[in-house]
Design a protein around this ligand. Sequence first.
Ligand SMILES: Cc1cc2nc3c(=O)[nH]c(=O)nc-3n(C[C@H](O)[C@H](O)[C@H](O)COP(=O)(O)O)c2cc1C
Length: 182
Amino acid sequence: MTKKKIANIPFGPFISVLAGATVNGKPNYATIGAYGVVSQKNVLYISLKNSHYTTSGVLENGFFTVNIPKSDDVEKTDYCGTVSGSKVDKSNVFESFYDEAGNAPMIKECSINYLCKVIQTIPIFDFTMFLGEIVATYAEEDCLENGRPNALKVKPIILMDTGYFDLNSRVGSIFKSCQGNR
Ligand SMILES: Cc1cc2nc3c(=O)[nH]c(=O)nc-3n(C[C@H](O)[C@H](O)[C@H](O)COP(=O)(O)O)c2cc1C
């Protein structure tokens, strides 16, 4: 197979999530692709541009949320990544809810919500990478099967190059090829 060198720009796939924080007493959400895990531990990272409105809320409160939107909500998700809360009030784009302590807002319409407490910040160029310990996880009941989120019901939005995509089908099972050896 012939290979061709292309631009050193990450192409994806990334899952598109909504990072949430309370800013000036209101919920605010920014769409991000720079989100992920560092291991199987209960830690997530998000990477936010320093100038974003959401970033100021995370720095002020020490908490952020990661909300996984469904592909049905792709337009609203794109909107939250297009306008800044510093100019437009995004607090009513989605319906918010909070846990008892009210540390950061979560989105009702999203399949899964993680509430994270900042445990480390890493500056990287004009971004800050926030590592957060997951302190609470909420899942929409309809997305669960035997108590676990079912990926096809969670309906994540996959980001690749200039497009949004959805999940089509399950193509395999994790660790199937080493059955009996684990
Ligand atoms: C698909 C998509 C992915 C994005 N990924 C990121 C990201 O990973 N980090 C980031 O800081 N901004 C990212 N952005 C840009 C912010 O969402 C956008 O600038 C937003 O308006 C910031 O909102 P805020 O100022 O209210 O926080 C992304 C935008 C889109 C549409």
